[in-house]
Write a protein that binds this ligand. Structure first.
Ligand SMILES: Nc1ncnc2c1ncn2[C@@H]1O[C@H](COP(=O)(O)OP(=O)(O)OP(=O)(O)O)[C@@H](O)[C@H]1O
Ligand SMILES: [Mg+2]
Length: 235
């Protein structure tokens, strides 16, 4: 049985429709990557899963419970937490204060607390009193991940972790992924970097124009099939 599932998920911004009947599943323990070009609907999908965009109840199902109509706060309390596109730290708050905000709707007694997050990203402990806006992009991304972990999520949603970061920093960020999975979170990653997605995910979904165009394990998917699903034309 899927831990998290969408069933014919649609999403709108006013009159504009961003998602057209998306069906996806995430099993417990799995890491699923969502790839697709700019505007494909990846962030809209994560916003729907996290309650930022609200839907009909049965369009998002967690552990067999319809959660599509719940607000973001309630969804965090149920165990779905998001690392948003662009990190979105509170710039004047310290690293530690930013992390503690993530514990606000914590499910308690899980792997993650301040010490565990500092163990995952030791540089954050050194910089614990620095304001968010004094950090490098990579450090900000670590705080954004740590903040999401502080609620001890069952499902961690990550939107473009590597965006705007140097390759060596991206490598450092992705080094944390096995530890995060060991801590009990199943993971949905949105990635523009297809190579990165194929390297770390158990399964991949490709989206185009608000629909899933391809789904499979990295070993199943040929370069040509991905290219066609990503751009709509053969390579
Ligand atoms: N707040 C909004 N208001 C109106 N339209 C929006 C809004 N956010 C996204 N859209 C539109 O919805 C569609 C899907 O956008 P979305 O951000 O989900 O794509 P994405 O795959 O995350 O793209 P990117 O790779 O650029 O982050 C796009 O056509 C986009 O212009
Ligand atoms: Mg996006």
């Amino acid at each position: 049985m899927a831990l998290l599932e969408t069933r014919g998920l649609t999403a709108h911004y006013g009159d504009f429709q961003a998602l057209f009947g998306v069906d996806m599943t995430l099993a417990k323990g799995e890491c699923v990557a969502i790839i697709g070009a700019n505007g494909a609907g990846k962030t809209s999908l994560l916003r729907s899963l996290s309650g930022v965009l609200q839907q009909q109840p049965g369009m998002v199902v967690l552990d067999d419970h319809p959660i599509g109509a719940l607000a973001a706060d309630d969804i965090v309390a149920l165990g779905i937490s998001m690392v948003p596109e662009g990190r979105r730290l509170f710039p004047s708050l310290s690293v530690e204060e930013n992390l503690l905000i993530g514990a606000y709707r914590s499910r308690g007694n899980g792997t993650w607390d301040l010490d565990a997050v500092y163990g995952l990203f030791p540089i954050l402990k050194e910089r614990r009193n620095s304001p968010g806006n004094a950090l490098s992009g990579g450090q900000q991304q670590m705080v954004a991940i740590g903040r999401a972990l502080m609620s001890n999520p069952r499902v961690l949603l990550c939107d473009e972790l590597s965006l705007g970061l140097a390759p060596v920093i991206i490598r450092d960020i992705y080094k944390a992924l096995p530890e995060i999975r060991k801590g009990g979170a199943s993971v949905i990653l949105v990635e523009q970097d297809i190579g990165q997605a194929l390297k770390v995910a158990d399964r991949v979904y490709c989206m185009m124009e608000g629909k899933v165009t391809l789904e499979g394990t990295p070993a199943d998917l040929s370069r040509d099939a991905i290219h066609k699903a990503y751009f709509g034309v053969a390579a």
